[in-house]
Design a protein around this ligand. Structure first.
Ligand SMILES: N[C@@H](CCC(=O)N[C@@H](CS)C(=O)NCC(=O)O)C(=O)O
Length: 204
């Protein structure tokens, strides 16, 4: 498998998941310039990472890629404990991070620059910070009940949560008092697979 990534982007979740499966893979950095190239756009017309390539077959969309990685290494147990409910919990939290948390960062990453009004743009950023605080409080409550975001064992949802927590810390989102989230972050940072992926992405 070949994973196209950008350092610290949401593709870091797939990178960590690949490390956790222990299967051989190749990680290819895709800079902004590369993502706009005709060769890359042929792989993903959105010009975005992650992109997974295997034997000429190309897969895009983070949740699809994470699920595929988990399915190719069932022994790693990254998609639940084998019960339907555990699988559903992984899907629930993967969806929460991918559909609710990840898009909430967009104004902070410049998507409202088109407004052309500094005060208005700042307002959208403030609203994003407030929304993200609420979402991280929900995560913190869940992590108060379980060691990992989807339950008692780690899953493909944990690396994705780790990625958005990194973003939140870098963006100065107020995470004060969210001790369970802090514990999850430290747990991830201490993990050899996480450290290996960070090192490969030049982030260690
Ligand atoms: N819906 C896509 C979103 C992917 C996405 O937003 N990727 C970002 C990095 S986190 C990206 O490559 N952005 C660069 C761009 O869109 O130009 C997915 O879930 O895979």
């Amino acid at each position: 498998m070949k994973l196209y990534y950008s350092p610290g982007a949401c593709s870091l979740a797939d990178h960590i998941a690949l490390e956790w499966t222990g299967q051989p893979y190749e990680a290819v950095a895709a800079s902004r310039e590369v993502r706009k190239s005709p060769e890359f756009l042929a792989l993903n017309p959105a010009g975005a990472v992650p992109v997974l390539e295997q034997d000429g077959w190309v897969l895009t969309q983070n949740t699809a890629i994470l699920n595929y990685i988990a399915a190719t290494s069932p022994e790693a147990g990254l998609a639940g404990d084998g019960t339907l409910r555990s699988r559903a919990e992984v899907d629930r939290w993967l969806a929460f991070v991918n559909s609710d948390m990840h898009p909430a960062f967009k104004p902070l990453f410049g998507t409202t620059a088109y407004l052309g009004d500094a005060a208005m743009i700042e307002k959208t950023k403030d609203a994003a910070r407030t929304q993200l605080r609420t979402l991280f409080e929900r995560v913190d409550a869940q992590l108060g009940k379980h060691d990992w975001i989807a339950g008692s064992t780690r899953s493909i949802a944990d690396p994705y949560l780790y990625v958005v927590t990194r973003w939140a810390r870098a963006q100065g989102i107020d995470l004060a008092g969210l001790g369970n989230l802090e514990r999850h972050f430290r747990q991830m940072e201490a993990d050899p697979g996480v450290q290996a992926a960070l090192k490969q992405e030049g982030l260690a």
